[in-house]
Design a protein around this ligand. Structure first.
Ligand code: ZN
Length: 217
């Protein structure tokens, strides 16, 4: 039966992994930086350009003279992968990756990760979820748990969440909430140095929120 391309690719990959494992085992025994005499380019060996590495020398250790293909297990999907000598050369000498850094993810997982990071910085999804939930609380009359949520949000490490809590309080209205918002406005610090203080941000958020609720009651 004729082998499919997929099968053939898998076989080639298995052979390369085997060879790389053998070469890594060999390197473990001897000086990692010196290529063994029988070390052909078939094994995935690339000379290192130390003049380039030295320009970006970010290690106290000895710079490599050669790169050899390294097998590794993808951190995300567990696939057996090979970090080729060429890829290593590119990583260290063109991108100037840290000399101690290693490939940890397969190409597919690397791309998926980049995609995720592009679409959402760390914590952004969680923040958006919390923000939406908190904002929705303003649509209904405040319950005890909703009030507790808003109070907790006012202490959040994310100022944007605190601002939404202030907006929700303004939409709820009521004596206690309005008093609290006026308190925040009164606590606005003066002077340029305090411009980045939370108190200034809170006071402005409270003022805007009150203006908005007055305009659209
Ligand atoms: Zn993977």
């Amino acid at each position: 039966m004729k082998k499919s391309n997929k099968q053939r690719r898998a076989e080639i990959k298995a052979r390369r992994l085997e060879r790389a494992a053998a070469s890594v085992a060999h390197l473990r025994e001897k000086d990692v930086r010196l290529p063994p005499p029988d070390f052909g380019f078939a094994l995935g060996c690339e000379p290192a350009d130390r003049s380039v590495l030295e320009q970006y020398n970010n290690t106290f250790g000895v710079l490599p003279a050669f790169y050899v293909a390294r097998p590794f297990i993808c951190r995300d999907c567990g696939a057996e992968e090979l970090w080729t000598a060429k890829q290593q050369k590119w990583w260290y000498e063109v991108v100037h990756g840290h000399i101690d850094s290693r490939a940890v993810r397969c190409l597919a997982c690397r791309r998926a990760r980049c995609e995720r990071l592009r679409n959402a910085p760390p914590g952004a999804n969680l923040l958006r979820e919390q923000t939406d939930r908190l904002r929705a609380l303003g649509d209904a009359k405040p319950t005890a748990s909703a009030i507790a949520d808003v109070e907790a949000a006012l202490e959040s490490k994310w100022w944007s969440l605190r601002v939404v809590a202030i907006q929700t309080m303004a939409r709820w209205g009521g004596e206690a909430n309005l008093a609290k918002l006026h308190e925040l406005m009164a606590a606005r610090p003066e002077g340029g140095r305090r411009y980045f203080a939370w108190e200034r941000v809170a006071a402005d958020a409270a003022r805007r929120a009150l203006m908005n609720t007055e305009r659209w009651p």
